[in-house]
Design a protein around this ligand. Structure first.
Ligand code: AMP
Length: 190
């Protein structure tokens, strides 16, 4: 299996690139944010709980997120691999992912990070907020909080994967197709 963690702050382009890469490399894309939004839309208990955090730009608690991610992976037995988008976001989540993949005799092949400047992120998120219907994209204070949470709780994962020689940084600025090429070069070299 080839399991990739697509990494980067909110607005880095993880979702856009994951949609392209999953077709190119025949992988299953799991976006924890999308799964939460699906649950919100369908008014499940998980959705109600997740919404109370997401609307403020805070992380959904690890226990809930890890349980949900495990269930998504279990639903996809026999696939070639996964692109994890928006997960892991904390050290506890990264450890849980390692454990889960180990039970399937596999592991994370690489964390590939999209590197984008903060000012580009804010512009992209506000632009997306005009059409995405996402409450957390429409409010500049919530966007600022999401970026702050990224630096406080998530950015540390760069070191987690660097220690394992699995971290790859890619320039996430510019044209979508150029960024895809940069990512594909890393993946093909794994
Ligand atoms: P995203 O779609 O990745 O931008 O995520 C939107 C929101 O969903 C985040 O701001 C969090 O509130 C929640 N979320 C998504 N993934 C996770 C995760 N791995 N851990 C905790 N919260 C998450």
């Amino acid at each position: 299996m080839t399991n990739l963690v697509l990494f980067g702050p909110p607005g880095a382009g993880k979702g856009t690139q994951a949609e392209i890469l999953k077709k190119k490399f025949n992988l299953v894309h799991i976006s924890t944010g999308d799964v939460f939004r699906y649950n919100i839309k369908n008014k499940t208990d998980l959705g109600t709980l997740a919404k109370s955090y997401m609307d403020k730009g805070q992380l959904v608690p690890d226990e809930v997120t890890i349980k949900m991610l495990n269930a998504e992976v279990e639903k996809n037995a026999g696939v070639k691999g996964f692109i994890f988008d928006g997960f892991p976001r904390t050290t506890a989540q990264a450890e849980a992912l390692d454990k889960l993949l180990a039970t399937k005799n596999t592991e994370v092949a690489a964390m590939i990070a999209l590197e984008v400047e903060d000012k580009t992120l804010i512009l992209r998120l506000l632009e997306r907020g005009k059409t995405s219907g996402r409450k957390d994209d429409a409010d500049e204070a919530v966007i600022a909080n999401r970026i702050a949470v990224y630096y406080k709780e998530t950015a540390i994962l760069k070191g987690y994967y660097q220690k394992k020689n699995k971290y790859y940084g890619v320039n996430g600025e510019g044209e979508v197709s150029d960024i895809t090429l940069r990512l594909a070069t890393v993946i093909e070299g794994l």
